[in-house]
Design a protein. Structure first.
Length: 366
């Protein structure tokens, strides 16, 4: 498409509203003052369940070598069920506020944000982000190599260490730290969705995997717990589908996207969630101890003190349940797709096997 462009930046809340003029305004307001977008081509990308991403390839006039030639827009899913879920769980407001209020405080690799706007709690919202190509989206179904897993876990230090036990982050409404009402809601949602989950996916799971998924519904401990110590910002959904991986470097360069679930929690929940879901069980068993050791050492190098290794490892074991709620609840509250079904089965099997492998059932009661 081609149209005249100017530097005005009106409010954009849907992909249908994007124009060359609007893209020009976003670039110019971000410091690329000589750049004008003459036209652009749009391509839908990614496999998001709640959000929809579009790549914009730009035909530019002016600018310099630092001016991006492509950008990525993110909007609400076009599926009504997914949109409702995104509003109910605060996913849309969380992601917009992450880029507005938190990104500059952290060292974890994330895309530069050129625009972030939302109407109320959504679903109408829009983000315009740096295109991190040639980094490629990870594949949750295929899993990853130990090298990618190690790099991804170490990248988490840039999220956890800068926010480690930061009292200034407490009681921020949109962050939504664990509270008695939120915990009760999470448990109730898990219990409500569990029968449908077992009916849909149970035949594809082993008996002991179904058993431990069902045991979590009655847990008085993990994963339905108040905020303890240590705590930090946590991504919550830190998995391969939400990472962009640039394998041209050694170790691979990892960047995190999809900040729709960010909250406060135990930092090891992100570590266990990623390793449990991202590595095939037979691979994970051989490498997880060393990777968690490297993460603990990196925390100390980043200035975190007073966190003993044994405490870290116990938190990791306890956090093997961090993926259960996401798997059970999200699978039943977003648009059902063939790939989505395969992904949720893989997550259910891997998270269950992770908890079973590490004997984490002891953490289901307090």
């Amino acid at each position: 498409m081609t149209e005249s462009a100017n530097s005005e930046t009106p409010t954009i809340l849907g992909p249908q509203d994007v124009t060359a003029a609007w893209l020009t305004g976003c670039l110019q307001r971000s410091g690329h003052t000589d750049a004008v977008v003459r036209s652009f081509e749009s391509t839908r990308i990614g496999t998001g369940q709640i959000g929809m991403c579009v790549r914009y390839d730009l035909d530019l006039d002016g600018g310099d070598e630092s001016t991006p030639v492509s950008l990525v827009g993110k909007f609400a899913s076009d599926d009504p069920t997914s949109r409702h879920t995104g509003v109910m769980l605060g996913n849309y407001i969380k992601e917009v506020c992450f880029y507005r209020e938190l990104q500059h405080r952290l060292t974890i690799s994330t895309p530069r944000c050129y625009y972030a706007e939302i109407e109320g709690q959504g679903p109408e919202f829009a983000l315009l982000l740096e295109d991190l190509a040639p980094g490629e989206q990870g594949d949750q179904l295929a899993g990853c190599t130990p090298a990618v897993a190690r790099a991804a876990v170490l990248e988490l230090v840039g999220l956890h260490a800068p926010s480690w036990c930061d009292e200034g982050l407490r009681n921020t409404e949109w962050i939504g730290e664990p509270s008695e009402p939120r915990i009760a809601l999470g448990r109730a949602m898990y219990q409500a969705q569990l029968p449908g989950f077992v009916e849909r996916y149970g035949p594809r799971l082993e008996a002991d995997e179904v058993e431990i998924i069902e045991q979590v519904a009655a847990s008085t401990g993990a994963p339905f717990e108040l905020l303890g110590s240590p705590y930090s910002l946590v991504h919550v959904d830190y998995r391969l589908d939400n990472l962009l991986i640039d394998s041209r470097s050694d170790p691979p360069k990892i960047s995190a996207v999809d900040w729709q679930s960010i909250t406060l929690g135990n930092p090891l929940s992100d570590v266990a969630y990623f390793l449990g879901a991202g590595l095939l069980p037979e691979v994970r068993r051989d490498v997880e101890h060393e990777i968690v050791r490297a993460y603990h050492a990196a925390l100390e190098s980043a200035g975190v003190s007073g966190y003993a290794w044994q405490d870290c490892w116990n938190d990791y074991r306890r956090s093997t349940f961090s993926g259960f709620a996401v798997t059970v609840i999200a699978s039943m509250m977003v648009q059902q797709t063939e790939r989505g079904d395969d992904m949720f089965v893989a997550m259910a099997r891997r998270h269950s096997r992770h908890a079973l492998d590490l004997g984490a059932q002891e953490f289901l009661s307090v």
